[in-house]
Write a protein that binds this ligand. Structure first.
Ligand SMILES: Cc1cc2nc3c(=O)[nH]c(=O)nc-3n(C[C@H](O)[C@H](O)[C@H](O)COP(=O)(O)OP(=O)(O)OC[C@H]3O[C@@H](n4cnc5c(N)ncnc54)[C@H](O)[C@@H]3O)c2cc1C
Length: 560
């Protein structure tokens, strides 16, 4: 008897198709008797139905071991069916069921569809005629291990900005996925099974086999199991932003008994989540990747009972009596006694002709770790002289042929930590070009060339470049708070003593106390991390402020 595959959540299928219902049933019955434990027996009564079943199996990420098709079927013959089925499951073994009179056609089919076997009907007794054939085919199939593990799959184009965003979203939310190019054979097969094509990429196929054509972040979040809607209708604390400050606050808030919900626009971890290695965070002498730190912090927050909502953008803040209300971009609202603004900062865009159009197609803001493997053997250009650029250079140097760090100034000393400067010095394929700016970019569907200017001589040079990672300082995206919360000239949120100028409390302040340290001009609305005016821009300080904000929330709630 053929070896059975190891027990798995979903068994590979044996599919049989015959337009005569009684024949179809009896083949299925015989197959089930012998193979039903290790394989799923799928039965269809027409080629079209069988193909539909195969598409579903493909989308679920399951496998088909053997296809048994009747030769004479109306509409679609067995050979035509097997030909199409091969596109979906090229490794499945193929058997044609024929009557004696059709053996010539069956023999010809050996070439057309690379037939493994033809079986003459009737096949009684199956022990002699059917099982030995199927056993041999299953043994051959099992020897080639192409059985997939359930996983999310993404099909898209190499140089599509949205395909990149989808992968980045999944990676940063710790959703494992496999990436297929739309033009590679398996990519084409998945697109066909999803009823999509190269023009409707990216397509995401969830672990459960559901195809999502050009999904939004919110759709993706929902379908891959990330929470997007709050479970409650009133909280003690709403934390806006899921970077270190927000996650810190969620951990402390929930662990200290506050009903806490954290709302994150894109992916928890914030800027720190994109860092390849944070070496100066207390307790990690060998460094920790942003992804690891985020994963732990998020699990810690949810373990204590904090709710974490992903792919929800907060666009408004209002005061309604003692309630503080945040509004999402779809108009929905969330109310609480207190709100913590922990929205951090995001990278500034590099302003030079051609760059804007190529964002996500060779030009990336931040580390874009998902792209590292694709940079193998190429030259990578990094713009920026701060630690984030240094870390990225160290990281990409492991994959790229050469990494060129471009800085406007004449030295890294003023902007980068000494330990990183030393690391860069010691890496052979890293080069630092000082006094250099990117002044133009070119490329049809992706970045192909950049023009560099030496700002001491004014000389320009155009070089071939497919990868440009930009780290040029960051700005807080706080325009949505403009009407409500006091900010400094650059948009950073003011709090505590910064609001009490010459002994005068902020405008509209009605309480008979000064704002607490991290409290904004709205009582009960606090701020922590990089978005706070004059903050330190460090993981440790963001986490610390998140924790401190929770203490102040308690103090505020006691007096409510
Ligand atoms: C590549 C890189 C490497 C770094 N390396 C180090 C290092 O080695 N050591 C160190 O100490 N620091 C490092 N930093 C700095 C550090 O990461 C930041 O100081 C820290 O992440 C700030 O945390 P935060 O929570 O204040 O803000 P952020 O990390 O910026 O997080 C803010 C979050 O809020 C979300 N958000 C923003 N607006 C909204 C909204 N309206 N609605 C919902 N969500 C919103 C954002 O999507 C983001 O996830 C690095 C930064 C980068 C980019």
């Amino acid at each position: 008897m053929s070896e059975q595959p190891a027990a798995r959540a979903s068994r590979p299928a044996l599919l049989t198709v015959d337009d005569d219902p009684s024949v179809s049933r009896s083949v299925a019955r015989d197959l089930r008797r012998r193979y039903g434990e290790g394989y799923r027996i799928v039965r269809a009564e027409s080629g079209a139905d069988a193909l539909e079943a195969l598409r579903e199996i493909k989308l679920r990420g399951d496998e088909v071991a053997v296809l048994l098709a009747d030769y004479r079927m109306p509409q679609m013959s067995g050979i035509e069916f097997l030909e199409e089925a091969m596109d979906l499951f090229p490794a499945a073994r193929r058997v044609l069921l024929t009557a004696y009179a059709d053996t010539d056609a069956a023999i010809q089919a050996i070439n057309v569809v690379d037939l493994d076997h033809y079986l003459l009907k009737p096949w009684d007794p199956p022990e002699e005629k059917l099982y030995p054939v199927v056993d041999a085919l299953l043994d051959a199939w099992l020897r080639t291990d192409h059985r997939p593990v359930p996983e999310t799959r993404v099909v898209g184009h190499r140089w599509s900005a949205r395909s990149y965003e989808v992968r980045d979203f999944l990676a940063r939310n710790q959703v494992p996925y496999r990436w297929y190019l739309a033009e590679e054979p398996e990519g084409e097969r998945l697109l066909a099974a999803a009823g999509a094509d190269a023009a409707t990429c990216p397509v995401v196929i969830t672990e459960g086999g559901e195809p999502l054509v050009q999904p939004t972040d919110a759709e993706l979040a929902e379908r891959v199991g990330l929470s997007t809607t709050p479970a409650g209708d009133f909280y003690d604390l709403v934390v806006v932003g899921g970077g270190p400050a927000g996650l810190g606050a969620a951990v402390y808030g929930a662990s200290e008994g506050l009903r806490t919900v954290l709302v994150e626009r894109r992916a928890t971890g914030g800027q720190a989540g994109t860092s390849s290695r944070i070496e100066n965070y207390l307790g990690f002498p060998d460094g920790v990747s942003g992804a690891q730190l985020t994963d732990r912090a998020r699990r810690q927050a949810t373990k204590f009972g904090a709710e974490v909502l992903t792919a929800r953008d907060v666009v408004g803040l209002a005061v309604r009596g003692s309630a503080r209300v945040v509004r999402f971009d779809d108009g929905a609202e969330l109310a609480a006694h207190t709100v913590l603004l922990a929205t951090g900062v995001s990278y500034r865009m590099l302003d030079a002709p051609g760059l804007a159009d190529l964002a996500g197609r060779g030009v990336f803001y931040g580390a874009a770790a998902t792209e590292a493997a694709s940079c193998a053997g190429s030259d990578v250009y990094i713009v920026g002289g701060a630690n984030s650029a240094g870390q990225a250079a160290v990281y990409f140097a492991r994959h790229a042929r050469r990494v060129v760090v471009l800085i406007r100034g004449d030295t890294l000393q003023r902007s980068m930590s000494q330990y990183l400067i030393q690391q860069l010095d010691e890496i052979d394929n890293v080069e630092v070009r000082t006094c250099t700016e990117v002044v133009a970019a070119e490329g049809a569907d992706h970045l192909q060339k950049i023009t560099l200017r030496d700002n001491t001589t004014g000389a320009t040079e155009t070089v071939e470049a497919h990868w440009l990672f930009v780290f040029i300082g960051a700005a807080p995206g706080t325009e949505w708070l403009a009407e409500v919360v006091e900010r400094d000239a650059r948009g950073f949120v003011l709090s505590g003593p910064d609001l009490v100028l010459g002994g005068r409390r902020p405008r509209g302040w009605t309480l008979d106390r000064d704002p607490y340290h991290l409290e904004t001009n709205i009582p009960g609305v606090f701020v922590a991390g990089d978005v706070r005016a004059d903050s330190l821009k460090r993981v440790a300080s963001a986490v610390g402020e998140g924790a401190m904000a929770v203490t102040l929330v308690h103090r505020y709630l006691e007096k409510l």
